[in-house]
Design a protein around this ligand. Structure first.
Ligand code: ZN
Length: 75
């Protein structure tokens, strides 16, 4: 079975786990200013945060990175 996400990385319109196109997409801006798209799959319930890289390709952001970038940095 071919992984639909393997060829050109994660995409906001297709689930990177099951390949379903039935996704909820929610654009968000993290506290540090990073633009991300929260993707939730209706079929397998995978949740993912994608960010658009400088070269125009999507990157998957680990939950730890999302939490880190959402937190206010203590001074
Ligand atoms: Zn899925």
């Amino acid at each position: 079975m071919v992984d639909p996400a393997a060829a050109d990385g994660p995409r906001p319109d297709v689930c990177s786990t099951c390949g379903s196109a039935e996704l909820t997409r929610l654009p968000m801006v993290l506290t540090d200013g990073t633009d991300v798209t929260f993707v939730s799959c209706h079929r397998c319930e995978r949740r993912e945060w994608l960010t658009l890289g400088a070269d125009g390709s999507w990157e998957s952001l680990p939950i730890e990175a999302v939490i880190q970038r959402s937190a206010r940095k203590p001074r």
